[in-house]
Design a protein around this ligand. Structure first.
Ligand code: ARG
Length: 456
């Protein structure tokens, strides 16, 4: 028997039950639902819809139910459709008629919207915190390997040398934007739908601001139909997480490349790598591959929800129940990736020498040759052409570019550009990849991270 079976003469068919029950996945919302219900009880008491005695009975009943969930002793009854019904059913079991007053002036529609906002608000904070932790680790690695540099790539072809810190900071800046977005979403989400009822409010003298304040919401809904049908906060969260997942997939891909024998720029600790069931020599960067792969389902979860929402008439529709699994999945998966990647980076050894010698590839000096000519007044396009000819000669004759330059009298004065690390040091414009602008960049990164931490 469900709590709403009054007007029905036959029980629900099992196939419909299996389709529509959501307890199997929404039981994880118990804590947020109890928080919402407790605030609702206080709101009812404040306007005289519950006596003080009734309200304290209900509040302690809800606390008891919370501890039943926490200790694992809560038992789902056969009619418990979802976590909300299960809690109300149990409250009525424990407190009798007083329990039966819990749902006064409330519908599951405003209840579930409230519960889900509370859950999402906590989840956004947790993801932001885990994101900031990874940023911190990227920063640390850059600082610890202060002098390390590697080739920077475009089109995955060696382009110009970059400090390791510069490379990692590029990812850190993207992650900081993700964190910012999560916190923006959290700000926008912070409106209480409780009091909207099924869709049109109530005739009872409820004051929605009381529960809203208790729950730490910044405001209450202005329109009851919007309040029960709005899932923008879920869609935004899924987008934020999907984009963060895309960023993490790019980091993952680079770790896969860096730890391959072909690059050999880095290796991960044994505790962050896996072996092969057949090939004894294998040490695989599965952590990075999974970071790369998880973005697929994160994007899928966003797409899935947007399609559920598309074309829904106002106001609540059962379709909205389909918001939960993608949300839970995305939250869980992105946290798994953030935490495992943080550990993997911590375990990483950067192979300085290998990366350095790749970055000291003589062709990476080509732009510096051209820019020296520019400094002497040659128009850039002509300088580019001239150096291009030298490169072509080196390639055709299979000779190092430095030799070709040394053998060309008009270029001999540029020989020093080929000195180890020289091309890196010359990347000195604001925000560039060399040691010059490093401090300014680190300061900006730290400042953004501090600001995000304060918002948390
Ligand atoms: N489990 C449902 C959900 O997640 C609860 C809302 C059901 N509301 C209703 N009017 N049938 O959306």
């Amino acid at each position: 028997m469900t709590l709403w079976s009054g007007r029905f003469s036959s029980p629900m068919d099992e196939t419909l039950w299996n389709l529509s029950e959501s307890y199997s996945f929404d039981h994880v919302l118990y804590e947020h639902d109890i928080r919402g219900s407790s605030a609702h009880v206080t709101g009812l008491a404040a306007v005289g819809l519950l006596s003080d005695e009734e309200s304290s009975t209900l509040l302690s009943t809800l606390e008891q139910i919370r501890s039943e969930f926490e200790s694992g002793s809560f038992v789902r009854a056969p009619g418990d459709e979802d976590v909300h019904m299960a809690i109300e059913r149990r409250a009525t079991e424990l407190a009798g008629d007083v329990g039966a007053k819990l749902h006064t002036g409330r519908s599951r529609n405003d209840q579930v919207a409230t519960t889900l906002r509370l859950f999402t608000r906590d989840a956004l904070s947790e993801i932001a915190r885990a994101g900031l932790f990874l940023v911190e680790i990227l920063l640390e690695i850059g600082e610890k390997n202060e002098d390390a540099y590697l080739p920077g790539y475009t089109h995955l072809q060696r382009a110009q040398p970059v400090l390791l810190s510069h490379h990692l900071n590029a990812h850190a800046f993207a992650l900081l934007r993700d964190v910012d977005r999560l916190l923006d979403t959290r700000d926008r989400l912070n409106v209480s739908p409780l009091g909207a009822g099924a869709l049109a409010g109530t005739s009872l003298a409820l004051d929605p601001t009381i529960a809203a304040d208790l729950l730490g919401f910044d405001a209450t809904f202005a329109n009851s139909m919007d309040a029960v049908s709005d899932r923008d906060f879920v869609a935004e969260t899924l987008f934020d997480v999907a984009l963060m997942g895309v960023h993490l997939s790019r980091i993952g891909e680079e770790l896969v490349l860096w730890t391959s024998a072909e690059f050999n720029f880095a290796s991960l600790g044994d505790d962050f790598t896996t072996g092969s069931s057949m090939l004894p020599q294998k040490k695989n960067s599965d952590v990075a591959e999974l970071a790369r792969a998880k973005s697929g389902r994160l994007v899928g979860n966003l797409t899935g929800l947007l399609v559920v929402l598309k074309g829904l008439p106002l106001s609540y529709n059962r379709d909205l129940q389909e918001d939960k699994e993608p949300l839970f999945d995305s939250v869980r998966q992105v946290l798994l990736v953030l935490r495992a990647l943080s550990g993997a980076f911590r375990s990483m050894t950067f192979n300085d020498d290998v990366a350095k010698s790749a970055a000291d590839d003589q062709f990476l000096v080509a732009i510096d040759l051209a820019e020296e000519l520019v400094a002497e007044g040659v128009p850039f396009r002509q300088a580019h052409e001239k150096v291009g000819k030298l490169v072509a000669k080196a390639v055709a004759q299979k000779r190092p570019l430095r030799d070709v330059v040394a053998a060309t009298p008009t270029y001999q004065r540029f020989d020093h550009l080929f000195d180890e690390g020289e091309a890196l040091v010359r990347r000195r414009s604001p925000g560039a990849s060399g040691p010059g602008p490093r401090r300014d960049q680190a300061q900006r990164l730290r400042q953004s991270a501090d600001e995000a931490r304060q918002r948390l």
